[in-house]
Each structure stands twice: as structure tokens, then as C-alpha cells.
Design a binder for this molecule. Structure first.
Ligand SMILES: [Zn+2]
Length: 447
């Protein structure tokens, strides 16, 4: 039934990909008649795979609230993170730049100056009050993620510091995060400024230990899922693997209720309201597609694909819900939110606004650069387009992995050994594997 519902829903939406709309209205700023610029709310669920959501075709009923949001949004089906783990991915989202440019690629190192302006800085420079509620210790302010935020609630670390516990064991639950985010929303407009709010939920991230009744919702029995699955190495007995996936799905269903409560607080369930709202993840999670679990291990699709949905404010006259199948990156989300708010995009940012794709205008395929640390100072870099993905270890002059995603979305057939047979469009991607030059510096007009 869920699947039929998803299909019916999809059929009711526009599918937009490389097909210009001849009658697309002229671009207008996303300001409105309510109270000046719209609020902007960016919701991120850590480690959430798109293919485990109903709105992306999953057979389990994991996400009724997120599905409702998707039905009123632009839903991107080919969105990827810049990296398969939290810190480089979210810093790429915050700075619209590759991990090699912003440099937040060694989690154990303290904060270093990021050479590009951040999304929060851009909104603050435009007169916004900027606030964040984050539940992942990896985005603590000591790593530089709080730059540009007037208020930065890295709640879990505060809890850990007061209790003496390890931060990883003291992560704020989704219910905690909703309460804190609502407080930020309650202060909307109290000083006359519109709000930019970033909210990061952490429950879907391993360990997969959803609270009752979600722990047994998709499992045949309530036996707890094994802890520390990333330490278990390779394949597990089938019942164990099924139990782990059921626990992951239970976490999603729990989180879905929290996301729904937050969305209701932002604008109400039935009226779009004055806020621009975006929903995404920072990376996926592997479930043995290539023999291992967790994330941060590879650039395979199961680790880098993310859900992405964007809903303009209710005053937008041009928007209608749609499905966008163009290849995009999370580094494009910052420019998109600024564009929708009618604000300039910093000149040094590498991403591009997705508004033309949401309008059904021509949207040329642009390679997305991928980056993952695989050793102390060793990185695998990749380049992904709508059809191709190539990747390489140093010295990055020749890919050792090449996949044709159009017929091999599971990345089972490595074409790297047949380089002479590959088309020019693949060979032309190889120079992008080289690491970027040292820091791109902010333009004079950047905020
Ligand atoms: Zn993460």
C-alpha cells in the first residue's frame, strides 16, 4: 500500500529534468508581503539514506511526515554529499565548497580558519538572526561549525561536559532537539529580524537503538540490534543483518515523528507559511552492498547519496511541487537558500543555485567532486555526474574505479581496466580528481 501511495504521489508531481519550461515565469525575489524576508529553516537528519524513505520508494512505512513534506516540495532524486562522513560533508554544506578547499577533513584536529564565508555568515550579513541546534558531537563549535551563528546549541556536548560522560554516549534525542528548536522558533521576529535556523537530528546515526515501540516496529521480535556494528567487520548471519536494518528503519520512524513536529512548529501542517524549508542528510549508511557497514569507508552510492527536498516560502508565485532528477550536490543547497531568499551568493562558493532546476529550466550536468579520508593523510577522491562516477587514490592521475551508473547503480562492474573504451566524457573528468590548490580566498564582496 505504501508503495502504491508513493507511486500515486509521484505521478501527481511534475518530473523535471533537462526539460526547459517555455512558460517559466520571470525570476522574482523570494520576499513576501507578510513581513519582509522569509525565515529559512534547514533540517538535517544524520546518516539518513534516501532509499529508506517512503517518498523515495521504500516499501516500509518509515516516513509519513517526511513524505508529506516531500509532496509539497522540490524533491531531488540524484543528490549527493561531498563526503561520506559528518564533518567534511556538513562543512561543504556550510561553505559551498569541496572538502579539499575548506579543509575540515581531519576530525581530530582543532578548528582552523575556513577560507570561505559560511551560509550562516551570509544570512547574518543580510540581517538575519542565525541559530543552530545540533545533536552530533562532530559538529561542535570547537571544530569551527558555529561560525556565523548568533546562537549555537551543541546540546549533546554540553550534556556530556556536565555529566562527565563520553560525548558519543550523550547525544540529544530527537525530542530534545525539537524542544530546543521550538525555543528558537518562538523567538522569531522578537527583534524584528528574520530567522535562519539549522537543526541537526542524530537518532538515525548508529548505534541503532530506537526507543519503544520503534525498536520492534519493523522487527519480528524485540531483540536489541547488535551494538557497534562497525566493529563487526563483514557480512553477518542473515537474521542479524535483517535485525540491524529493522532497527535502522525504526530509528527513521522515530525521527520522522520529531521532524513532523518541527515542521508543524515552523509553518503548520496545512499552510506553507512564510518559511523557506529544506530537508537533507549529510551522508548515507552502508548495509553490506560492498561487504561492509556504516559510513566514512567509501565513495559508493550507499554512503554518499542523500535525500534532498526544498520548499520555497508560501508567498512564492512560481513554485509547484516537483521531482528533480538532475545530478546535484549538497554544496548547491546554500546557494539555493540564498537565491530563494533574494540574497546574493558569495562569489567564492563552488556550488550553484538549484532554483533553475526547480523551475524546470535547462540545468546542465555539472560534476560533483567527492572526497574521503582513507588513511592518516591519504584520501580517495571521486567525481560523479548523472551517469558516471570515477575515483582514485593518490597521485590521482588515473581512476582505479569507474562506474556507469546508468546501468550499474549498484557499482558492481568496475570499468577502470577498460579505459581505452571509455568515452571522452569520462576521460574529461580525470583532471577534477586532482586536489584543489591551497585555499580559495574569499572575494572582496563576500560577507
Ligand atoms: Zn553524519
Amino acid at each position: 500500500m505504501k508503495l502504491r501511495l508513493a507511486i500515486a504521489l509521484s505521478a501527481a508531481l511534475f518530473v523535471r529534468s533537462h526539460s526547459p519550461a517555455a512558460d517559466a515565469p520571470a525570476r522574482v525575489p523570494e520576499t513576501d508581503a507578510f513581513s519582509g524576508r522569509p525565515d529559512v529553516v534547514l533540517i538535517l537528519v544524520d546518516s539518513l539514506r534516501p532509499d529508506h524513505l517512503g517518498c523515495y520508494g521504500y516499501e516500509r512505512d518509515t516516513s509519513p511526515a517526511i513524505d508529506r513534506f516531500a509532496s509539497g516540495s522540490a524533491k531531488f532524486t540524484e543528490a549527493v554529499a561531498s563526503a561520506p562522513w559528518t564533518q567534511p560533508s556538513i562543512m561543504s554544506l556550510f561553505t559551498s565548497s569541496e572538502p579539499g578547499v575548506h579543509g575540515r577533513i581531519h576530525w581530530e584536529k582543532p578548528h582552523a580558519d575556513i577560507p570561505t564565508p559560511t551560509l550562516a555568515e551570509a544570512f547574518r550579513a543580510a540581517g538575519y538572526r542565525t541559530a543552530a541546534v545540533v545533536a552530533n558531537p562532530m559538529v561542535h563549535r570547537k571544530y569551527g561549525f558555529s561560525r556565523g551563528f548568533d546562537e549555537y546549541d551543541d546540546h549533546s556536548l554540553a550534556m556530556a561536559a556536565s555529566s562527565g560522560s563520553e560525548p558519543a554516549d550523550m547525544v540529544a534525542t530527537g525530542d530534545d532537539v525539537v524542544l530546543l528548536a521550538k525555543k528558537a522558533l518562538d523567538r522569531r521576529r522578537e527583534d524584528g529580524r528574520p530567522l535562519f535556523l539549522f537543526v541537526l537530528f542524530m537518532d538515525v546515526h548508529w548505534d541503532y537503538l530506537p526507543p519503544p515501540p520503534y525498536d520492534a516496529l519493523f522487527a519480528p521480535d524485540p531483540v536489541p540490534a547488535p551494538r557497534k556494528i562497525w566493529e563487526r567487520g563483514g557480512r553477518q548471519p542473515e537474521p542479524v543483518e535483517k535485525r540491524i536494518v529493522a532497527a535502522y528503519d525504526g530509528e527513521i520512524r522515530y525521527e520522522d515523528g520529531c521532524v513532523g513536529a518541527l515542521l508543524d512548529a515552523v509553518s503548520g501542517p496545512d499552510k506553507p507559511g512564510n518559511a523557506i524549508v529544506a530537508f537533507c542528510s549529510d551522508h548515507g549508511d552502508a548495509f553490506w552492498e560492498h561487504g561492509f557497514t556504516s559510513h566514512g569507508n567509501s565513495l559508493f552510492e550507499e554512503e554518499i547519496r542523500v535525500p534532498l527536498m526544498v520548499r520555497p516560502s508560501g508567498s512564492s508565485g512560481w513554485f509547484s511541487p516537483c521531482i528533480v532528477t538532475d545530478s546535484v550536490g549538497l554544496i548547491d543547497l546554500g546557494p539555493t537558500l540564498l537565491d530563494l531568499a533574494g540574497l546574493p551568493v558569495p562569489g567564492s562558493w563552488q556550488g550553484r543555485s538549484l532554483v533553475p532546476a526547480m523551475r524546470g529550466e535547462a540545468f546542465p550536468d555539472k560534476p560533483v567532486v567527492l572526497d574521503n579520508r582513507v588513511g592518516a593523510d591519504k584520501f580517495r577522491r571521486g567525481v560523479r555526474t548523472r551517469r558516471w562516477k570515477i575515483s582514485s587514490l593518490p597521485p590521482f592521475d588515473r581512476p582505479d574505479m569507474v562506474f556507469d551508473l546508468s546501468g550499474d547503480s549498484g557499482e558492481k562492474c568496475n570499468l577502470a581496466g577498460r579505459s581505452e573504451e571509455l568515452p571522452d566524457e569520462v576521460r574529461n573528468l580525470v583532471p577534477l580528481l586532482a586536489p584543489p590548490r591551497p585555499a580559495v580566498h574569499a572575494e572582496a564582496d563576500d560577507p
